[in-house]
Ligand binder design. Structure first.
Ligand SMILES: NC(=O)c1ccc[n+]([C@@H]2O[C@H](COP(=O)([O-])OP(=O)(O)OC[C@H]3O[C@@H](n4cnc5c(N)ncnc54)[C@H](OP(=O)(O)O)[C@@H]3O)[C@@H](O)[C@H]2O)c1
Length: 266
């Protein structure tokens, strides 16, 4: 359950990869709330059924590009800092590091160098740079809630031929998070940081997985079967659960969880 406190508190919620999929679903969960939303992606937000919302900012940026990532992050975090100054009520800061790309899919030796670089920039380097700026700016702020949620994948631990880059990046992200969590333990105003994997979820990423050949990705059939049998996770459901956990009292610094763990706890 989201505690009563999170309902009377105003949260500043930053989400990367917010234009579709899980990122947009996470934003939609807090659409009816008083929270301030800071949303980043390359493409526009699908606002058709949602319309304008107070205290919502969209930042178009490509996190493949290091300079653009750093300058956009500085802009977003400066804005959040200013917004903190305005409110009298208790305020929380929750950063969702959700942006992710599965490509390149294919065996090492048969993928392009540029695609390897892009994968690591988006999945690993950008979240590391964002976390680093967040700690630099917000570490000494005494807020009732300071959290970073890294959206991970089962591929961080399971082995899939054809997903070497994706798996390596997500494993790296989890390890980065665990080290950060250890650093925060002894600090006066610590962030809590954790990773969560949503499981195979319907949307663009799964379409890309089904679109490759079995030579590139021998486990393709498993994902086709999940799709055909209607077993892919609904991003709106995943977002509801992940948001509830992210704002709730069961959020444990340094933990690596899956959506299945949250559902089993009920
Ligand atoms: N889908 C799954 O089955 C699955 C399973 C396990 C884990 N995950 C993880 O869950 C997270 C969300 O996945 P998803 O399925 O929602 O993905 P998705 O539908 O492909 O959405 C990815 C989001 O990231 C943005 N994005 C991609 N490249 C970007 C870039 N270079 N710069 C800025 N934004 C960029 C996309 O927007 P623009 O294209 O507009 O920039 C989009 O908003 C990812 O971290 C993924 O690894 C997904």
């Amino acid at each position: 359950m989201i505690s009563m406190n999170s309902e009377i508190r105003k949260n500043h919620i930053f989400i990367t990869g917010a234009s579709r999929g899980l990122g947009w679903s996470l934003a939609k969960v807090r659409w009816p709330s008083r929270d301030s939303l800071y949303l980043l992606a390359r493409g526009a937000l699908p606002l058709e059924n949602h319309g304008e919302r107070k205290d919502t900012w969209f930042f178009p940026a490509d996190v493949q590009n290091i300079e653009q990532t750093l300058s956009t992050i500085n802009e977003i975090f400066s804005l959040i800092y200013k917004e903190f100054g305005k409110g009298r009520e208790q305020q929380g800061l929750i950063l969702f590091q959700n942006v992710g790309v599965v490509e390149p899919i294919g065996f090492v030796g048969q993928i392009f160098s540029e695609d390897i670089i892009r994968n690591l920039h988006v999945n690993l380097l950008a979240p590391m740079l964002i976390a680093n700026r967040a700690m630099a700016l917000f570490q000494d702020l005494a807020l009732p809630m300071k959290r970073v949620v890294f959206i991970s994948s089962g591929a961080a631990e399971s082995i899939y031929a054809g997903w070497s880059c994706y798996g390596a990046a997500k494993a790296g992200l989890n390890q980065f998070m665990k080290n950060m969590a250890k650093e925060q333990e002894g600090l006066p105003y610590p962030f809590s940081v954790a990773s969560i994997s949503p499981g195979a979820m319907s949307g663009r990423m799964q379409e890309q997985i089904r679109a490759v050949s079995e030579t590139e990705f021998p486990m393709r059939r498993k994902f086709v079967d999940l799709f055909r049998s209607g077993q892919l996770v609904d991003p709106d459901m995943a977002a509801q659960q992940i948001m509830q956990w992210s704002l709730g009292q069961d959020f444990v610094n340094g933990s690596v969880l899956s959506l299945r763990d949250l559902l089993m706890k009920g």
